[in-house]
Design a binder for this molecule. Structure first.
Ligand code: NAD
Length: 256
């Protein structure tokens, strides 16, 4: 039961972030949703969720490719008890032709934003003596794939940041962990399917089975509900001594 706890979920207008926000709302947390846009539908998403779950929810726009905006998100929210660093993007290309601007953007959004939000959130968590920082890393935080240099580097970086945050907050009622999902069928993954169909001359189903889920031994996608459940467990007292570590939800990928 997270009644009264204040949660921020970055990048929560779609996919995993949205699923995690719904899990937190279902447990009674007060929510701040976020993305980089500032449209009526973003704010409607928060008010719909507030009605649906009978909680307080609001949307704060912040472009997490900019460090100051990441810090401001936490300040504008008035701090938080639960910080979920989820926002992330992908770009796939060989190192030699990987656009430097795409590298910088991925490192900024997928890695540096978590540093900035964590720095802004920790003082409040220390003052109240309770906090949960959960970083959504990836199986690519523990292992690599070709053509995903920036993503793999950023996600390994997130795992390193998670360990350091765990050490700096140990024994203070605060934990920091990374969830490492395998493939989840979200818009981020959906967007990779047409390219892969072309590159491999395969239909959609074959790309899903033989390319996307090639390294996921279960041959099943993880779901946003399962990731929400993992997050709720990390927020519970059962996980009070789980810190500075990674939890894989990857159908066996990293056991290979
Ligand atoms: P998604 O594209 O569905 O959602 C990403 C969210 O981040 C969106 O809400 C988007 O608006 C937001 N976002 C993007 N750029 C932003 C910016 N500059 N500032 C603020 N918000 C921004 O993706 P997803 O699949 O749900 O991925 C969420 C996280 O999970 C990412 O960190 C991703 O790397 C990670 N992940 C995804 C998978 C998967 O298979 N889908 C697997 C492992 C890890």
């Amino acid at each position: 039961d997270l009644q009264g706890k204040r949660a921020i979920v970055t990048g929560s207008t779609s996919g995993i972030g949205l699923g995690i926000a719904e899990a937190l709302a279902g447990a009674g947390a007060r929510l701040v949703l976020n993305s980089f846009t500032d449209r009526a539908e973003d704010h409607d998403l928060a008010s719909d969720m507030a009605k649906r779950f009978g909680i307080e929810a609001r949307y704060i726009s912040a472009d997490l490719s900019i460090g100051e905006e990441a810090r401001n998100l936490v300040h504008q929210a008035g701090g938080c008890d639960i910080l979920v660093n989820n926002a992330g993007i992908q770009h796939v290309a060989p190192i030699e032709s990987f656009p430097p601007a795409a590298w910088d953007r991925i490192i900024a959004i997928n890695l540096s934003s978590a540093f900035h939000t964590t720095a802004a959130a920790l003082p409040g968590m220390r003052a109240s003596g309770w906090g949960r920082v959960v970083n959504i890393a990836s199986a690519h935080g523990l292992t690599a794939s070709p053509y995903k240099s920036a993503y793999v580097a950023a996600k390994h970086g997130v795992v390193g940041l998670t360990k350091t945050t765990g050490l700096e907050t140990a024994g203070q009622g605060i934990t920091c962990n990374a969830i490492c999902p395998g493939y989840v069928l979200t818009p981020l993954v959906e967007a990779q399917i047409p390219d892969q169909m072309q590159v491999h001359h395969m239909d959609r189903e074959t790309v899903i089975r033989e390319v996307l889920l090639e390294r996921q031994p279960s041959k099943q996608f993880a779901t946003t509900e399962q990731l929400g459940g993992t997050l709720l467990w990390l927020c519970s007292d059962y996980a009070a001594q789980v810190t500075g570590t990674t939890i894989s939800v990857d159908g066996g990928w990293t056991a290979l």
